[in-house]
Design a protein around this ligand. Structure first.
Ligand code: HEM
Length: 468
């Protein structure tokens, strides 16, 4: 190992050595870590904490926040969707899409302001809707809406620009990414409308508007990026060929038409027409999800193409896709019922599907893919030791949380509210613990990263002082 200082006359080699239109300079982009940490803060101090509070309040066990329960339920839903899912998906999209498209990384003077806007939007809405009623709460909700609108639009534009300027190979991930970028622009408009309506209405967004938006965000803005990234990597992890554009066209169209119908159901139409539109949207999107989970993701199998240490993370991907398929069945059922009757039907199936997506597709996939694709975990993936006790505890807590929360949803109408909401609260505590353990492993990986990089560099015979 050589450790001398650089001297006059030394050559400094700038990566990459190869220069070609398809080669992107190897510039390290670490701003995604800020998004991951922000998402974890929103989940642990916002969405999952509120999930326990509202469940206990709905069960009548505690009276804290009782008078603001409808607002706090929305605060929980949007801390999860804008904060947990939104920040993570935005961070990963801004990092991965340029790589997929063969473009240089998006600069931090773009990504960091986007993070600030999105974080303020999520935290501002959560605080506004969990605080006492008044003008301060309404003003904060409006400001959060303005920031969220700017942040979502910036994500949509940045990803769209990257795709437009990048390589134009006809791979399926590009179509999902385009659809995802368009949905972030739709989200930008929706978040502003919701904030204006909420600010006029005691910080409560009209329930039907809020519900339609939540479906559009889960299926459109989050779902498309989830399947974009999955379709490009997950089949390979499980030893299968990547699906072709033709194979994913029909389920992708079902997902997006479903999300569009869900949003269209908020147009000023006759009541039964609206319910039928939403019903048709949920049914089509449900079929799309059921189709996409095995084709773009994976429902079973062994991640043979991964190292033994990384295989423990691949089980999160399987659990996520099983939850997606379950949500698909539930949505197809609930949507078909409303399509036939023209009424709001099957609350139980809708609530269970929402949480199968929120905990399964979103939470499990975030944890699995973060460990499989983010560079900060690269060194842990290469370790020879098998998954440790903390990995197993996190996994089982989260699996139990999904089972309990979906069961609590399905038990609606068959069980008293008190025990049902106690089951939901238990799910919330388990999910919080599982996520806490994941947050700990992220912090450990971030802390270990420089030391491990130095070790790897010295093992390769390159000293720190010689590196450019
Ligand atoms: C184990 C963890 C969770 C628990 C205990 C939980 C609990 C609840 C409860 C009790 C409700 C109210 C249901 C009702 O109206 O009767 C609710 C609504 C909701 N939850 Fe969760 N939840 C959890 C995780 C999540 C996750 C991870 C997401 C999304 C990523 C999510 C998204 C939503 C949404 C969008 C709503 C509807 C909010 C509204 O009415 O605007 N939840 N949740």
């Amino acid at each position: 190992m050589t450790t001398r200082r650089p001297q006059q006359g030394d050559f400094q080699i700038e990566p990459p050595v190869a220069r070609h239109a398809d080669v992107v300079p190897a510039v390290e982009d670490r701003s995604y870590i800020v998004f991951v940490l922000g998402a974890l803060v929103m989940a642990l101090l916002g969405g999952f904490l509120l999930s326990v509070v509202i469940s206990l309040s709905l069960s009548g066990t505690i009276s804290w926040g009782e008078e603001r329960l409808p607002q706090m339920t929305q605060a929980h839903g949007w801390a999860q969707l804008q904060g947990w899912a939104g920040l993570f998906v935005a961070g990963m999209a801004l990092r991965l899409m340029p790589r997929f498209a063969g473009r240089p990384p998006i600069r931090t003077n773009v990504t960091l302001p986007v993070f600030v806007l999105l974080f303020f939007a999520a935290a501002g809405r959560a605080v506004a809707q969990s605080s006492p009623a008044g003008t301060a709460a309404e003003t904060l909700l409006l400001l959060a809406g303005l920031a969220g609108s700017a942040g979502c639009a910036a994500v949509g534009i940045a990803v769209g620009y990257t795709l437009a300027r990048g390589r134009k190979r006809p791979e399926p991930w590009r179509y999902f990414a385009w659809a995802g970028a368009a949905w972030w622009l739709v989200w930008a408009a929706m978040v502003l409308i919701a904030a204006i309506e909420g600010a006029r209405n005691d910080a409560f967004v009209p329930a039907r508007l809020d519900d339609a938006m939540a479906w559009a965000v889960m299926l459109g803005a989050v779902g498309n990026f989830v399947f974009s990234v999955q379709s490009r990597s997950v089949p390979v992890f499980f030893g299968r060929r990547l699906p072709s554009r033709r194979k994913l066209a029909a389920p992708g169209a079902l997902l997006n038409i479903g999300a569009l119908l869900a949003i269209a159901s908020r147009l000023p139409l006759h009541g039964p027409v609206r319910e039928r539109l939403l019903g048709a949207g949920l049914a089509l999107a449900g079929l799309g999800l059921l189709w996409l989970a095995p084709v773009a993701g994976s429902l079973w199998g062994e991640a043979k193409r991964l190292r033994p240490r990384a295989r423990a993370a691949a089980r999160y991907v399987l659990a996520a896709n099983v939850s997606v398929a379950l949500a698909g069945v539930l949505l197809a059922w609930a949507g078909a019922n409303s399509l036939i009757s023209g009424e709001f039907e099957s609350f139980a199936a809708r609530d269970a599907a929402r949480h199968a997506l929120g905990l399964g597709m979103i939470t499990m996939l975030i944890i699995g893919m973060a460990q499989l694709v983010s560079p900060v975990f690269a060194l842990e993936r290469a370790e020879a030791r098998p998954a440790g006790l903390e990995d197993h505890l996190a996994w089982w807590s989260l699996v139990a949380a999904i089972v309990l929360r979906v069961a609590a949803g399905l038990a609606y109408g068959h069980m008293d509210s008190e025990p049902r909401m106690h089951i939901a609260a238990a799910a919330g505590v388990l999910a919080w613990l599982g996520l806490g353990m994941f947050a700990f492993s992220v912090a450990r990986a971030v802390r270990k990263e420089p030391r491990m990089k130095a070790l790897l560099a010295s093992a390769a015979g390159v000293s720190e002082t010689e590196r450019p």
